[in-house]
Write a protein that binds this ligand. Structure first.
Ligand code: UDP
Length: 265
């Protein structure tokens, strides 16, 4: 089995720092950097539901790259540096704040269930919610009181996180509306980026149809992970359509075709 050795060696070249449900983080080429790898795994209901959806990682890598690039351009700081290949991007290493920050414009999902507000109802204003990132506890919703009392973030950091969340929401709402998509809600994660003795809060993780609710403006058709959560089918087609409308992939191009060499006929 000696012939396997070089290959195994190559695969283990990079140290794996963290493996999540849909992504893996590897040690980056320079100190302070990481490689974020997008897998094809789709999970829901705290990973009780799991499937491999071929091509999803490639699409999320491209869509998230596009969104983070645009955010960086308008001065919203993020961890994103550059895309490396079809499934990977180079990011700055940050200290993740253990919160899922959800911004909602339209009632859906857990808000509809919890408060009995019909899905699709426009909210009187955008609402920010915090969930404590903890799979064992099922990511419980928490208030600013819990966050400061347990030291997950300081009051100043919460202010910074909320300001970022609002800027991302304003920007993304316009970006998606311009391509006929309603931004119902989304989740971001933030991290502390250390530059010498200075620290600033930046947007981290990913922004993709896995972490947003996106509805077609005309048909109200779901173009996000709810297609998987609710067994609606057509998840890859929907993600591909989001990527096409954003101009991330070209008309006629599929994520899988983009993922590897293309046959020249
Ligand atoms: N969300 C996410 N990761 C999570 C939970 C929620 O990306 O672990 C996103 C979800 O895709 C939606 C928004 O956050 O865009 C609000 O989700 P909600 O609280 O309604 O929870 P869900 O219905 O997904 O359980």
């Amino acid at each position: 089995m000696d012939f396997l050795k070089p290959r195994l060696h190559r695969m283990n070249r990079r140290r794996r720092i963290y493996e999540g449900k849909a992504k893996v983080l590897y040690e980056g080429p320079e100190p302070g950097t990481l490689v974020q790898h997008f897998k094809d795994d789709a999970t829901a209901f705290n990973a009780k539901k799991h499937e491999v959806i071929e091509g999803k990682g490639v699409l999320n890598n491209r869509i998230s790259e596009y969104i983070f690039l645009r955010l960086n351009e308008i001065g919203v700081p993020t961890h994103f540096m550059r895309r490396i290949n079809m499934r990977e991007q180079l990011i700055r290493e940050v200290e993740i704040i253990p919160l899922e920050v959800v911004v909602r414009n339209v009632a859906a999902g857990s808000l509809s269930t919890r408060l009995g507000i019909e899905e699709g109802t426009q909210l009187p204003r955008s609402i920010i919610e915090f969930y404590y990132k903890n799979d064992a506890l099922n990511d419980p919703m928490v208030s600013e009181e819990h966050i400061t009392a347990f030291g997950w973030a300081s009051p100043q950091e919460i202010d910074d996180v909320m300001a970022l969340a609002i800027r991302v929401n304003d920007f993304l709402t316009g970006l998606f509306l311009g391509v006929g998509i309603r931004l119902v809600d989304f989740k971001i994660e933030c991290g502390r980026l250390w530059e010498g003795d200075n620290m600033r809060i930046v947007v981290a993780d990913e922004i993709s149809p896995d972490s947003c609710r996106l509805w077609d403006v005309k048909s109200n058709e779901k173009m996000d992970k709810d297609r998987f959560r609710k067994d609606l089918g057509g998840m890859i087609e929907a993600y591909t359509e989001v990527a096409r409308r954003l101009g991330v992939i070209q008309e006629g191009e599929s994520a899988l075709a983009a993922a590897g060499p293309r046959l020249v006929k």
